[in-house]
Unconditional design. Structure first.
Lengths: 444, 112
């Protein structure tokens, strides 16, 4: 916990120190003192940033749920909603039981911390720069986001039970371990790797786990014909997918802005504001690029590319939303949008069935965003960035691959062909998303 | 008596209904149908993959008319439903042997 704050807001700590020196040295300059926030106030503002950022990121779970509900066929919508609220809650429990401490407790330049339930100090005795529980909450919703990324890729064919078991391991063990390497103050942080809000730690980790899952579970029935033809399986609701994307976009201000981790000084508050601006510019760049490329390549503008373009722009700027200029932010996001338009058909050529486009959006744009950090952040190097991307990617692919294969061997990952054709809502949930439009409610 | 059956573009339904009403036709039956003619449906694109929409949504209008009204009904429908673009639809005329108004028991032309 402290490590993420110490390593990533050294500026804030410095400002705090300078302020107290100034206060000791100078009682006379009352006017100057009154402009600074006292220590209690800093605690309050920092905590407020964690709480506001945290509930905005929590709301991204709703965004993922709506995006995915809109992108799956109507026979699987209830299941997709169930997986999303199930994964969010599973992540919340696992990150409390072992995840947080595995990621933050005593990593000290190593590979992981000490697993165990986190204990929160009595509020009256809460010391430090922010409330301990606000930090746990803020970090927990990032962990849940990682799991949300996986559910979209493997939609419409995976059993609920198999998916939730995977989420238990992902949010309790896998995500906290790679998180410890960087945000927990582990070996990557000591090496100088930089990932401000989690292009790699959150988005690529989710993307790698999703890719590994998609490869092991295989495509949906009917997605790819024997002759290699790619068959479109259009989603159930474009308005829901659009709403989900806007919710995610809103949540991202908490994701990136909150990752400043401090708001008690003018510099920190101004940094949060600049992050909001750059985050919005990158998303806009992603959308406009996806619209233009879609029109040029396909002669029509595919709405789902525009939606993915927004998210890819957001993921791209997440590794470094503070340092870039406004113009560079647009470019970083625009490249993310381009990645979507080119990578979605490419994955289809490789017969990797990614229902919502999470692999281009979160994995590929996450890699891009992390790679480009040294362009604006002088304290980083391309070599270290590549080492971090590769190490976290290799660990996540191998570890999640093992977990997927164990689940597959014990209880299986897929529903049967017949169940897949009937739809998971009928087979596993028992509640159809739209019974009045389907055969459920006394229709002839 | 004949049944005049027309397959038309859905957005033309109101105009066809007005034209038939003006002609003195007192009732018609409408069904939402799907099909294709010479245009063979069309293709759409979703996430880079083309897919065919083989059956396009159309409206089927069925109206029972006395023999002397048949040509008028055909002309009215054809005029109201025409856009000049491909997919305007077709009109079929089939013989009608008997008609009964259920409430009163009236038959044939009295029942129309």
């Amino acid at each position: 916990m402290v490590q993420r704050l110490l390593t990533r807001s050294a500026g804030a700590a410095l400002a705090l120190g300078l302020m107290s020196v100034a206060a000791l040295a100078q009682d006379a300059e009352v006017a100057e003192m009154s402009t600074a926030v006292p220590a209690d106030g800093q605690f309050v503002f920092n905590t407020l940033l964690f709480l506001i950022g945290g509930f905005l990121v929590m709301w991204m779970a709703a965004g993922f749920a709506m995006l995915e509900a809109g992108m799956v066929r109507s026979k699987n919508v209830s299941m997709q909603c169930l997986k999303n609220i199930g994964l969010y809650s599973t992540a919340g429990l696992m990150y409390w039981i072992i995840g947080y401490n595995l990621m933050y407790a005593g990593v000290d330049g190593g590979f992981f911390g000490t697993p165990g339930p986190i204990s929160i100090p009595d509020p009256a005795a809460d010391t430090g720069d922010y409330a301990a529980a606000s930090d746990w909450f803020f970090q927990m919703v990032f962990c849940a986001t990682t799991a949300s990324i996986v559910s979209g890729t493997i939609a419409e064919r995976m059993k609920l039970s198999s998916f939730l078991i995977f989420v238990v391991i992902l949010t309790g063990i896998l995500y906290p371990i790679t998180g410890a390497w960087q945000w927990g103050g582990g070996w990557l942080a000591e090496m100088g790797f930089s990932d401000f809000a989690g292009s790699t730690l959150v988005h690529s980790v989710g993307g790698w786990a999703a890719l590994t899952g998609a490869l092991i579970i295989g495509a949906r029935k009917g997605k790819y014909s024997e002759d290699g033809k790619v068959n479109a399986l259009p989603g159930s609701s474009m308005p829901l997918a659009t709403l989900g994307t806007f919710i995610l976009w809103l949540g991202w201000f908490g994701f990136n802005g909150g990752s400043q981790l401090a708001m008690g000084t003018i510099e920190d508050a101004s940094s949060v504001a600049k992050i909001f601006m750059n985050t919005n510019l990158a998303a806009a760049g992603g959308v406009v690029t996806a619209i233009i490329l879609s029109q040029i390549i396909y002669k029509k503008v595919d709405l789902t590319f525009a939606l993915n373009g927004a998210l890819a722009g957001l993921v791209s700027i997440t590794a470094e939303p503070l340092a870039p200029s406004a113009g560079l932010s647009v470019v970083i996001g625009a490249v993310g949008g381009a990645i979507v338009v080119f990578a979605v058909p490419l994955l289809d050529k490789l017969k990797i069935d990614d229902v919502v486009g999470a692999i281009p959006v979160h994995l590929l744009a996450g890699i891009w965003g992390t790679l480009i950090v040294p362009l604006s952040n002088e304290g980083t190097s391309f070599v270290t960035q590549i080492i971090g991307i590769a190490a976290i990617g290799a660990f996540t692919v191998v570890a999640s691959g093992i977990v997927w294969l164990i689940i597959k061997a014990i209880i299986g990952l897929r529903v049967s062909d017949e169940e897949e054709s009937l739809g998971l809502d009928k087979v596993e949930v028992g509640v159809e998303a739209y019974p009045e439009f389907a055969s459920g409610a006394g229709r002839i | 008596m004949k049944i005049v059956m027309a397959i038309i573009k859905p957005f033309k339904l109101e105009e066809v209904r007005d034209a038939l009403t003006a002609l003195g036709v007192h009732g018609l039956t409408v069904t939402e149908v799907k099909g294709y003619g010479r245009q063979k449906g069309h293709t759409e694109i979703y996430r880079g993959a083309e897919y065919a929409v083989s059956f396009l949504p159309k409206i089927k209008v069925e109206v029972a008319v006395a023999d002397d009204q048949v040509q008028g009904a055909i002309d009215a429908i054809a005029q109201a439903a025409r856009t000049g673009q491909i997919g305007d639809g077709k009109i079929f005329v089939v013989p009608l042997e008997k008609a009964v108004r259920i409430r009163t028991g009236e038959t044939d032309s009295d029942a129309l």
